[in-house]
Design a protein around this ligand. Structure first.
Ligand SMILES: Nc1ncnc2c1ncn2[C@@H]1O[C@H](COP(=O)(O)OP(=O)(O)OP(=O)(O)O)[C@@H](O)[C@H]1O
Ligand SMILES: [Mg+2]
Length: 285
């Protein structure tokens, strides 16, 4: 994607990044690059250092060592330029509870000096299925609605780069699918997305590249196919697939899951064939 910041280099470049809190060494020589227009997932367990990395990229926290640049601008040397490149949806929704959803959106559109804040807000409310709730106070929103509003706010001004820190943690399966759909549509329009997650499936669904952060280091970085190739060839097993609890939940509540096997009818009848024990009838290494 060609953006106002130009250049052909990566959207994000991180080299030799280190960060400690007191004696706690959180990041030890972290390296990665994110190509423009791609989704990059930082996968790691609680406390791995994902938010620390996002905060350093977002100029909210200073690194102890290393070189970090965004669209060619150095985070430590040119923080003002860097801040023009991205928008951040932090781990905890940063919406104003007193205001309505629409007022939150109008506020950000005004802060970004956009021409017609009301129209911008209305378009985003529609896109995120929040039109009906637009005039309600955010304090009355569910967690999923807040999260959708938070992401909608980060899209105002069409930033070329978006950070999403655990965008779906705490959301129910339906809201999670909606957020995933939003992220997929973002990248269709050329936006670069860096997201952090603890959920393997989320990284699998959304990311062009996945980096695994463990004990302060990136221990693997590649496409899903490249990561799969790190393990021995898959065993070939023939199993009778049983629906997951998520598929059952989504079918019963009338939502499609990404899996086309999901029974989506109003009445769910027990499929006795699915209850047979799993059988392994072939194996190859
Ligand atoms: N301001 C701080 N002062 C001291 N220690 C901190 C601070 N912020 C984070 N830490 C510690 O640094 C480590 C990494 O925290 P961080 O929030 O980056 O992890 P995370 O991967 O985002 O975790 P989670 O999945 O729980 O959000 C943790 O051990 C945390 O306790
Ligand atoms: Mg975090």
């Amino acid at each position: 994607m060609t953006d106002v910041f130009g250049g052909d280099g990566p959207a994000i470049s991180v080299k030799g990044l280190e960060k400690s809190y007191g004696n706690l060494r959180v990041l030890q020589c972290v390296d990665f690059e994110v190509d423009r227009g791609t989704v990059f997932a930082l996968l790691g367990s609680n406390g791995a250092g994902k938010t620390t990395i996002v905060n350093i990229l977002a100029t909210l926290l200073r690194a102890d060592a290393g070189a970090v640049s965004m669209n060619g601008f150095d985070v430590a040397e040119q923080p003002a330029k860097v801040r023009e490149c991205f928008s951040l949806t932090g781990q905890f929704a940063a919406v104003d509870e007193i205001l309505s959803g629409r007022e939150n959106l109008v506020l950000i559109a005004r802060l970004r000096h956009l021409a017609d804040p009301g129209t911008v807000a209305d378009r985003l409310l529609e896109r995120f299925s929040l039109t009906d709730a637009g005039s309600r106070r955010v304090s009355e929103y569910s967690g999923g609605m807040r999260r959708r509003l938070d992401i909608a706010m980060s899209l105002i001004g069409e930033p070329s780069l978006i950070f999403l820190d655990e965008p779906t943690t705490g959301l129910d399966p339906e809201s999670r699918l909606e957020v995933w759909d939003t992220v997929k549509r973002l990248t269709g329009s050329g936006t670069t997305v860096l997201l952090t997650t603890q959920q393997l499936e989320e990284a699998e669904q959304l990311a062009d590249r996945i980096a695994i952060l463990h004990q302060g280091r990136i221990i693997a970085n590649g496409t899903l196919a490249e990561l799969r190739a790190l393990l021995p060839p898959a065993r070939v097993e023939y199993v009778e697939k049983q629906p997951t609890l998520e598929e059952i939940f989504l079918a019963l509540t009338g939502h499609d899951s990404n899996d086309s096997d999901t029974n989506d009818s109003d009445t769910i009848e027990a499929d006795t064939s699915a209850v047979d024990a799993t059988r392994t009838i072939g194996e190859r290494r």
